[in-house]
Design a protein around this ligand. Structure first.
Ligand code: HAM
Length: 443
């Protein structure tokens, strides 16, 4: 026996997806795909490795200096494992500007890596649904994104009271800082970082951060009051000139007209951590106090395509992570049981029957799109085979012993009802389809 056995646990902050866990992930991402497909979104994907420069320009210091996995390849190129999808999709759009028909409605489900301290809602590898519109700067696109978010949440059985989409606007935020709180333009970025982390750092540290970022003590208090103010109240402080205020007002008006206002609220403290957002920004929150971190978020970004091409193409969208979402689903009891139960039928073996008979039965089932699993193991007692079928949660087991084969019949055992019936071989496919439809509508 070797003493140098390797550890079986995966790398810190990453997960193995055993079939049970994979079934949950597949379940929710395939449902998400269905929802975005109903809005006409097309799927894309890109490589897991990108040039480091893609993130260095616009993603923001925290991501770039602390969270990116990067390395030099054998040809001395500085590469990064993608920590987010937006720079990749911006690169892809920029590469084919002339060929694409705008506006684009695109989505992707991709795994991303960030060097973070693993904790509730944060891991080093997560999967993210990204949904984005490119080439439409009207707030109608922002409203469509909000509508998709609401539909996504509702499609999992979430109720209106379980989540809130909190919306702000970067232009509006900047205008308030510079015009109302006398912040210099170059300090806005640093202050927005502090505001983004407001809920995550102690009060003292937050105030110190703000002071060091160029905002006076008195104005920190005013900012606190502003956090509790309505969009109308803050807009009045600004007067008429703010484009951000106009965009926010138009968006909320449109959302109200569309009946989506019950899912959203204005929140001046939403700024988002990534640097590239330029307009609407939003984060979706679980209303249950156990999950305080944002479930997911996104916004509008005007200048990402400009990193690659001299073109002005605006994007708006969001990234929806599997880790926070699973916490949400579990907190609200929205994960169905038995997602990993086996589909279709198991064919039991009888020693006296030639194995080729079972191969033929299985082939016929598969030709008819019925998943068929032949039991493995010579000479196993029927009791053992049925116990295996039970553990694997096969709804039906086919028992074709010498008598059935001789009489051109098939016996079907319904596992849940503990009932069995014998049908003619010529009719067994139809019967199995009918029984499977019945069991799937019951579960
Ligand atoms: P983000 O806020 O960095 O935005 O991430 C979006 C979501 O991804 C988070 O709210 C969370 O659900 C999930 N997420 C991020 N980091 C982790 C982590 N370490 N562990 C688990 N989940 C995580 C973006 O990535 C933008 N690129 C989204 C976007 C798309 N904006 C416009 N389009």
């Amino acid at each position: 026996m070797s003493n140098n056995l390797l550890a079986t646990n995966p790398y810190k902050g990453t997960r193995d997806f055993y079939p049970g866990e994979m079934a949950v992930r597949n379940w929710f991402f395939s449902r998400m795909k269905e929802v975005v497909a109903r809005y006409g979104y097309e799927e894309y994907n890109g490589p897991i490795l990108e040039s480091f420069d893609l993130y260095a320009a616009k993603s923001g210091q925290e991501l770039v200096n602390e969270q990116i996995y990067h390395f030099m390849d054998r040809g001395d190129r500085k590469l990064a494992i993608r920590p987010e999808m937006t720079p990749t999709v911006a690169r892809m759009v920029a590469a084919r500007l002339g060929e694409l028909t705008f506006p684009l409605r695109w989505f992707s489900i991709a795994n991303l890596m960030r060097y973070e301290r693993p904790q509730k809602g944060r891991l080093r590898e997560h999967w993210q649904l990204n949904v984005d519109i490119f080439g439409e700067s009207d707030i109608r696109a922002d409203a469509e994104i909000v509508s998709i978010i609401a539909d996504l949440m509702l499609s999992f059985g979430a109720e209106e009271s379980m989540f809130k989409i909190k919306i702000n606007n970067r232009k509006f935020f900047n205008d308030v800082l510079t015009s109302v709180l006398d912040v210099r333009g170059e300090d806005v970025q640093a202050i927005s970082k502090a505001v983004d982390k407001r809920a995550k750092v102690p009060e003292e540290a937050y105030r110190k951060w703000l002071l060091e970022s160029g905002i006076t003590d008195e104005n920190i208090n005013r900012l606190d009051t502003i956090f509790g103010s309505s969009l109308e109240q803050i807009s009045q402080m600004l007067g008429d000139g703010s484009e951000g205020a106009r965009e926010l007002t138009d968006l909320f008006t449109l959302l109200k007209e569309a009946g989506l206002d019950r899912y959203v609220e204005f929140d001046f403290s939403i700024v988002r951590g990534l640097d590239y957002y330029t307009g609407t920004v939003f984060e979706v929150y679980d209303t249950s106090p156990g999950n305080r971190r944002a479930l997911f978020g996104g916004g509008r970004y005007d200048n990402l395509i400009g990193l690659f091409k001299n073109a002005e193409i605006s994007g708006v969208g969001f990234g929806f992570g599997d880790v926070t979402f699973q916490n949400f689903l579990e907190t609200h009891g929205l994960v169905p049981g038995h997602l990993d139960k086996s589909a279709g039928v198991m064919i039991a073996l009888f020693d006296e029957t030639p194995y080729a008979e079972y191969l033929k039965l299985a082939a016929e089932l598969r030709e008819n799109d019925i998943p068929a699993t032949i039991y493995m193991g010579r000479g196993s007692k029927l009791k053992k085979q049925l116990s295996f079928a039970g553990k694997k949660m096969f709804p039906l087991v086919i028992l074709a012993g010498p008598d059935e084969i001789a009489g051109n019949k098939v016996m079907i055992k319904q596992m849940a009802a503990r009932e069995q019936l014998t049908v003619d071989r010529s009719k067994f496919i139809d019967k199995i389809k009918q029984l499977l439809a019945q069991t799937s509508s019951e579960s």
